[in-house]
Design a protein around this ligand. Sequence first.
Ligand SMILES: Nc1ncnc2c1ncn2[C@@H]1O[C@H](COP(=O)(O)OP(=O)(O)OP(=O)(O)O)[C@@H](O)[C@H]1O
Length: 204
Amino acid sequence: MRLIAENLGGERGGDIVFTDIGFALEEGEALVVTGPNGSGKSTLLRVVAGLLPASQGQVRLEGGGEAWPSSAAACHYLGHLNAMKTALTVNENLAFWQSFAGEPRLGIAEALEAVGLGHIGHLPFGYLSTGQKRRAALARLLISHRPVWLLDEPTAGLDKASEARLAAMMEDHRAAGGILVAATHLPLGLEGVRTLEMGEVPHG
Ligand SMILES: Nc1ncnc2c1ncn2[C@@H]1O[C@H](COP(=O)(O)OP(=O)(O)OP(=O)(O)O)[C@@H](O)[C@H]1O
């Protein structure tokens, strides 16, 4: 499987945010997208996720077969908001996401253990601390299978131990042949990544 962006452009509110972005990621590869505030990192991820149209160029997923006909179908998109209902418990939120996304992988209790939240599945999401909310959202990556992970500022609010757990999750995903694109201002603790500074061509 290969995730390919060709000559990609994105716009917000009618203004061009970036143009001519290109990359090709093989199974197991990670692309770390950096750049100043407003340079278009989130916009790029949303275009790759199929949540925004490309203003030019295209995103293609090669080799996904019938199961994964496009990058939009093949991806977990984790935005900088957590996309969880505050009044529902953590367990209820994750049960919704698992039934919505299909392709079940880990059970909810097991996924919460993996992000260090084994004890709080019964609490309303709104009661959680900032870092706990992020960790609960990251559990979504584990409860349903997707070969492409698109993560926007995934470490926001995480403590050191949680950063290390997330790094291990991302490395496991890559080791299993997954593809990863992450926008971040902070090092993610990943080995052998490719980098894209918005406005420049990928290298690494
Ligand atoms: N819904 C919108 N309508 C109009 N402009 C928008 C919208 N969303 C974002 N923008 C603008 O698009 C540009 C790119 O924003 P984007 O969120 O992609 O940047 P970013 O690199 O992710 O920034 P940050 O590092 O602050 O997260 C910014 O100038 C922003 O103001």
